[in-house]
Design a binder for this molecule. Structure first.
Ligand code: ARG
Length: 581
């Protein structure tokens, strides 16, 4: 165990048990980074209340029972009753040398792996993804990667909207123009344009609109082979579009992860019948509804979850109830993380409530909505093109790559960097910038899409972190050593070495935190600190020109450890890293 926070937690826990009895051994040691020392334990404060004694006395008693002499100097009490720890340089050095040799970089493997569904992206098919879906895609992918790395069994689930009234319109339109028409290819490249054309026809041609409505009925009855075939065709073209988009974004979703709304179609009638049989569903205004307790509208009336519309059709909520049942019964989910826009918060709270009422979602299953906030343009309005449309995703990516390329073109390069494939590097930087900007903002807060900020090589940006890794790589190139060949041992003497090493030792704790909270921005914040502390270290501590070989070996090893933490962290976020830039 190399993470100081974990090591200290274990020691304080032992001391609590020894001082106050077994009943206190599982009290939270509350180890936090400290401004008085390296870390502090705040455990004395809540215990003082529980025991009815002054917190400073409790702190002193904890210290009396603490055994940390191998890792830290004698702990001290400060403030209202904090116990302060200053780690021994020798311990930090040894732990950091150990970190460098550890393929998991100090990240614990889940003791009891859980089956975790990560549902993300989930665009409505045959419409171009917009920036809201982009954010869910990027954040969800990071959550999936981090959860997997922590040792859980992750099931990626792309809950695409592939079933619904607009499909009648799209299929009818495809019938009209013919599958082989050049316009049909739009589904592969610019689904929005295809959708718009169909929409125009629907709005202007009454006969077409009637046929489109009949087509929905045929589609949902699933008994007309020609309709089914065209729906399949539509899906295949959409899958190609998604495949290209995910590949461009370096997102891990594949065709196999698509389990769209249509997948649950056969289960909807049972969901509704079971709700009726349990007496949970009642007819209200002609629609079949469940009224979960605790949800009322502004006027105080109970809010319904509609599970069968007045016209007999099932809807979005019915599908989500079937989805919950499937995830619990068939996929054995222990946890499900729905990475979806925050405008659907009420929907999920109500649907989860209904599923709990029906007994389909056991208390032990942790189903949560990981809310995604709005994306705004720099003008504070929803991100739109000049003509007021949603900005197509492909345009965003192209622009990011072009902007990155323009910056690269301005860099002065020395001889050995002249032959670089700048197009490939620009892709990594452009995509990395967009992804990191999304990831580094708390996922539930509104976020402003600002090219100038995200693509900058300075500040908390993707390019800055990418640059930090290329800078470390160049140290190794100049040294003529592969970074994988250094072993240390690492010594910690200078303050900048100490700070960097301590930060590196916290990697595993941050990963665990991201898994628990489903908040990738915590990992971004951590990596930014690592990069900043590395910069300070590199300015203050000569590496290649170190005074003696031992120091040089130690500092090279510290560089290698920082590089490994940065690349592992960016990898978990799904941010691509060019070797040079
Ligand atoms: N397709 C939906 C949309 O674009 C998102 C699906 C969210 N997931 C769910 N299980 N309802 O708004």
């Amino acid at each position: 165990m190399a993470d100081p926070q974990q090591v200290l937690s274990a020691r304080v826990r032992d001391a609590l048990g020894a001082a106050f009895g077994d009943g206190y051994a599982d009290a939270d040691p509350l180890i936090r980074p400290s401004s008085f020392a390296d870390y502090q334990s705040n455990a004395a404060l809540p215990l003082a209340k529980r025991l009815g004694r002054p917190p400073r006395d409790i702190a002193a008693e904890i210290i009396g029972r603490l055994d940390v002499s191998d890792i830290a100097a004698e702990p001290t009490v400060s403030g209202p009753g904090f116990v302060n720890f200053t780690l021994r340089p020798g311990w930090i050095a040894e732990a950091t040398t150990g970190l460098l040799a550890d393929p998991r970089l100090g990240t614990p493997l889940a003791a009891s792996p859980r089956t975790v569904i990560v549902e993300y992206s989930s665009p409505n098919i045959a419409k171009e993804m917009h920036v809201g879906h982009l954010r869910s895609t990027i954040v969800g992918d990071a959550i999936a990667r981090v959860t997997e790395f922590a040792g859980h069994h992750v099931i990626r689930d792309n809950h695409v909207g592939d079933w619904g009234t607009q499909f009648g319109m799209l299929i009818e339109y495809l019938f009209d123009i013919g599958e082989d028409a050049p316009e049909a290819q739009l589904l592969r490249t610019d689904p929005n344009a295809f959708y718009q054309s169909a929409r125009v026809k629907f709005d202007t041609d009454a006969a077409f609109a009637d046929r489109a409505r009949e087509r929905v009925v045929k589609l949902q009855a699933q008994d007309d082979p020609a309709t089914q075939r065209l729906w399949e065709e539509l899906m295949e073209l959409s899958r190609q579009y998604l495949r290209n988009t995910y590949a461009a974004l370096r997102v891990t979703l594949t065709d196999d992860d698509i389990r769209g709304e249509s997948f649950y179609n056969d289960m909807l009638a049972d969901v509704v019948a079971d709700l009726e049989a349990m007496g949970l569903a009642v007819i209200s205004d002609g629609a079949l509804c469940v009224f979960p307790p605790g949800f009322t509208g502004r006027d105080g009336t109970q809010l319904p979850v509609i599970v069968r519309k007045r016209d007999g059709g099932y809807n979005y909520s019915t599908t989500d109830l079937a989805t919950i049942r499937y995830r619990i019964d068939k996929l054995n989910a222990d946890r499900a993380i729905y990475v979806v826009g925050s405008d659907q918060t009420l929907h999920f709270r109500m649907v989860f409530a209904v599923a709990r009422l029906a007994g389909w979602l056991p208390e032990t299953a942790d189903f949560t909505h990981a809310q995604i906030g709005l994306v705004l343009g720099t003008d504070g309005q929803r991100l739109r093109t000049r003509s007021g449309d949603n900005v197509p995703l492909s345009d965003l990516l192209t622009e990011g790559i072009q902007r990155a390329r323009a910056i690269l073109d301005e860099v002065d390069r020395d001889e050995q960097d002249r032959g670089l494939d700048l197009d490939a590097i620009a892709q990594d930087i452009g995509i990395g910038a967009i992804k990191y900007a999304d990831l580094s903002t708390a996922r539930d807060s509104t976020y402003t899409f600002d090219w100038d900020r995200m693509i900058s090589f300075r500040g908390d940006t993707g390019p800055y972190l990418q640059y930090a890794t290329t800078r470390i790589r160049s140290i190794f190139r100049r040294a003529g050593i592969a970074e994988t060949d250094v072993r240390g041992p690492i010594a910690v003497t200078e303050p900048a070495e100490r700070e960097l090493a301590l930060k590196l030792l916290g990697f595993g704790a941050v990963v665990t935190q991201v898994v628990d909270t489903t908040e990738p921005h915590r990992l971004c914040g951590y990596l930014f600190e690592v990069a900043s502390l590395f910069t300070a270290f590199y300015e203050q501590c000569p590496v290649l020109k170190a005074d003696d070989d031992e120091t040089r070996q130690s500092r090279l090893a510290l560089c290698a450890a920082a590089l490994r933490v940065l690349t592992a962290g960016l990898g978990l976020l799904g941010v691509p890293i060019p070797d040079r830039m």
